[in-house]
Design a protein around this ligand. Sequence first.
Ligand SMILES: Cc1cc2nc3c(=O)[nH]c(=O)nc-3n(C[C@H](O)[C@H](O)[C@H](O)COP(=O)(O)O)c2cc1C
Length: 138
Amino acid sequence: MNIAVRYHTRGGNTKKVAEAIARAVGAAAGDCDVPIAGPVDLLFLGGSVYGFGLDDAVKNFIARLNPSEVKAVALFGTSAIVKTGNRDMAKLLRERGIAVLGKDFYCRGEFTVMHRGRPDAGDLSRAAEFAGDAAKGL
Ligand SMILES: Cc1cc2nc3c(=O)[nH]c(=O)nc-3n(C[C@H](O)[C@H](O)[C@H](O)COP(=O)(O)O)c2cc1C
C-alpha cells in the first residue's frame, strides 16, 4: 500500500501528530507545501483551526490534489477548543470527489495557557493506533 502523510502546522502541535502517524505506518511526514508525488492508496492529512477556520495552506493543498491519484484520505487534527477542522477538510475533499475515511483522529493542542503539553504521549500513542488501523482498513 502506497501511503503519504501531509500536514500543516503553525506551532508544531499537528506536526507531532503527523510524525507519530508517519512512524506508525513507515512513511515520511511532509509539510503540505510538498505536493503528492504520484498515486497514493491512503493519504493522511492533518490541519488545525485558526480563527475558527482552516489555514489557506490546507485549503490550497486540497484544491491542488489530483482526485484520480488519491484513493482515500484519513484526517487528523489538533485545536484548542473548536473541533471543526477535520469536518471542514472532509467537506472540501468530498466536494472534489475524494473519498474520506469515516474514522479520523483529533486531540487538543497547546494554545497559550491552555492544554499545556498537548499533544502528549497518550495523544501520540492514540494517533499511532489510529494510523495503524486506517492502514489496515479497519
Ligand atoms: C492564531 C491562532 C488562532 C487560533 N484559533 C483557534 C480557534 O479559533 N479555535 C480553536 O479551537 N483553537 C484555535 N487556536 C489553537 C490551535 O488550533 C491549536 O493550538 C492547534 O493545536 C495549533 O496547531 P499547530 O501547532 O499545529 O499550528 C488558534 C491558534 C492560533 C495560533
